[in-house]
Design a protein around this ligand. Structure first.
Ligand code: 6PG
Length: 265
């Protein structure tokens, strides 16, 4: 079965990337609020989302949306929320502080808990209570994901046993990078169940990983692909939003530029 090619949008530079991402956030939030009266978005970790969050915080079109928005996390490092390595800490500085999102609607992963399994269970219960889908994976309205140079996304690293977990929504992860080896992560079924999945990737250092994630051989076995390439939402729901530097190794994927950005396969 031909894999539904993801949409690719290319922005000229990191600033344009953040602006394009912020406008897409507005569009998806508005649609979710119109259809369901609530908007559940999961944030990516790392450093790339900071510029996106700041651009989102400037979107006055979202002023009426924050009181009906819930923020979740795709993953978290096993550090205190006050630690600069924490994804929550980054989101708090760049998004939660400048916007009127109710604290009760910010769902932090308590990855500082020495018992990561218990913390994963708590997060799974909260996510299922809010976005339950029967026995299936909880459904987010919008999921932001980053991409590591090794092709990881969220805290699903190449070769990790977490990649094979399909009966849980949240798992503890060992084997992350040396400065934050222990993590919590949403699992692939949850990443692929989201109504919209947007990868946001910037920088020449990610160009090889973007090409590997987007231009693998058709028919390649799923478990031979980098983790980011295994995120498979329903057709038409996956968008890779990258800047020119991160797109520089792509050879055959059609693209649209963010200026007149219209997602297309
Ligand atoms: C994390 C992430 C991870 C991140 C990529 C890209 O907690 O590290 O969620 O998947 O998105 O490693 O990170 P940068 O944006 O810092 O390059």
């Amino acid at each position: 079965m031909e894999i539904d090619r993801p949409h690719l949008g290319v922005a000229a530079d990191p600033k344009a990337l953040a602006q394009a991402g912020a406008r897409l956030w507005v569009d998806v939030a508005r649609a979710a609020l119109e259809e369901r009266g609530v908007f559940h978005v999961a944030l990516a970790g790392g450093t790339t989302p900071a510029a996106l969050h700041r651009a989102v915080a400037e979107q006055s079109d979202l002023d009426a949306a924050w009181h009906r928005t819930h923020a979740w996390f795709g993953d978290e490092r096993a550090v205190p929320p006050t630690d600069r390595r924490s994804n929550y800490h980054m989101a708090q500085e760049t998004l939660f502080e400048p916007v009127p999102l109710p604290a009760t609607q910010i769902h932090r992963m308590e990855a500082e808990d020495p018992d990561l399994g218990a913390a994963a269970d708590r997060y799974e219960r909260a996510l299922r209570a809010a976005r339950g889908n029967g026995a299936g994976p909880p459904v987010l309205d919008l999921l932001w994901l980053g991409l590591g140079e090794d092709g990881h996304t969220a805290s699903l690293f190449p070769g990790s046993p977490a990649l094979a977990v399909h009966d849980r929504a949240v798992v503890p992860v060992e084997g992350g990078p040396p400065d934050t080896p222990r993590r919590l992560s949403l699992t692939l079924p949850v990443l692929s169940a989201a109504r919209r999945v947007f990868f946001v990737v910037s920088g020449a250092n990610k160009a090889d990983a973007v090409a590997a994630a987007l231009e693998f051989a058709p028919g390649a076995a799923l478990d031979s692909l980098p983790p980011a390439a295994r995120v498979r939402p329903a057709p038409g729901r996956l968008l890779w939003l990258v800047d020119e530097a991160a797109a520089s190794r792509l050879k055959r994927t059609p693209r649209a530029h963010a200026a007149g950005f219209t997602p297309r396969s």
